[in-house]
Design a protein around this ligand. Sequence first.
Ligand SMILES: [Mg+2]
Length: 362
Amino acid sequence: MTIKSARVTAYTAPYDEPITNGLYTYTHTEICVVELETTSGVVGIGWTHGGKIVYEALKQVADVVVGQPLNTERIWKMIYRPKIFGRRGLETRAQSAVDIAVWDAIGKESSRSVHQMLGGFRDSVPAYVAGGYYTKGKGMDALQAEVSGKTKKGARAIKMKIGAVPLAEDFARIDAVKEAVGPGVSVLVDANNAYNRLDALKMARFLETRDIYWFEEPLSPEDNDGAADLVRRTDLPIALGENEYTVTGFRDLIDAKAADVLNADAQILGGITEWQKCVHYADAHHIPVAPHGDQEIHVHLVAAVPNGLIVEYYDNSLNRLKDAMFHQQLEVNADGSITAPTRPGLGFDLNHAALEKFKVEG
Ligand SMILES: [Mg+2]
C-alpha cells in the first residue's frame, strides 16, 4: 500500500492570558497538522507547533510523499532536502510532522502502537507537569496555588520558568514553588536560553543548594562550549536540546559534552525516525533523554527506549486548541506517571468537529 493523499491544516487559538518564559511571550497556540491517507484507507496523523511558515513548508513536504510506500527511511531521505527546504529550522518541523504521520499510519496498518513498534521497553514512564510561566499580575500566591494544584492532580514533578526577571526575584519564586509542592515533589527549572554565561553560573550555584531536578536551557542554543563549561562546573544536571535538529546536531551536542539530559523533541528535530537515531547515539554515551513537546507523541517514545528518563506533560485544559484536538486525553496516573496508549499508531484521533473553529488554513 502507498500514501494516496495528504491533507495539511493550520489551527490557532488564543491563551486566556499571554504566557511568558525566559525570553518569549506567547499569545496563541499554533499547530499544523498533516493527515496522510493510504490506499488501504488508513489515515496517519502528524503535527507540530508553528504558524504560517511551518504550514507552507508542510504543504510542500507532504506533496513529496504522495504515492510513496510507508518506508520511513526512504521517505525521510526524500524530504530532507537542504538546498530546497533548509537544513535545520522551522522547515525541519514540517519534515517531523510528515515522518510522525508515517509512523502513525504504519501502526494503524499493523495494529500496533508506536511504543510497541519502537521497542516497548516499558509501558508507563514518569512525567513532570510543565507550567510556572510568568503571566500578568501573577504574584507568589498565584504561583504557589498553580503548582500545588498540579500536585493535587497527581504530579510528582513540576517545571517552572525562570530567566525573565532579575536573579534575586527568580530565587524567591523558586523558593516559593519548593515550599508549595513540599519535599516529595521534584522541581525542574527552565530558562529558555535567557542567560549569559555569568548569570547562568550564578543561577546554577543557587539551584545546587535547593535540590533542583534539572536546569534546562540556561544558555543560547548556539553556545555548546558554554553549556559544556557549565556541565563541568556544577553538580546540577543540565538539560537541553529542544532547539537542536537532526542526528548530526545531537551528535555535536553529545560530542561537546554539553548536556547531562537531552530534551530531544521529535516534533522539532526531524520526526520519530530521526529521534531514534539521536536517542541511540545518546544511549551509547550513557545520556538519558527527556523530550520537550507534546505528551501524546513522546509518551510512546520515552517508554520505548531504555534511556528514556521522564516525559513533559502539559495540562491541555489550559490550552483551548490542544484540549479540543483529540477525542482521547492522556491523564497523569496517581503515582505521577503516564501510560503509553496501546491503541494502533499513536492512538489519538483528531476531533475535526471541535477543531473546525480554530482552523486558519487548509
Ligand atoms: Mg524548555
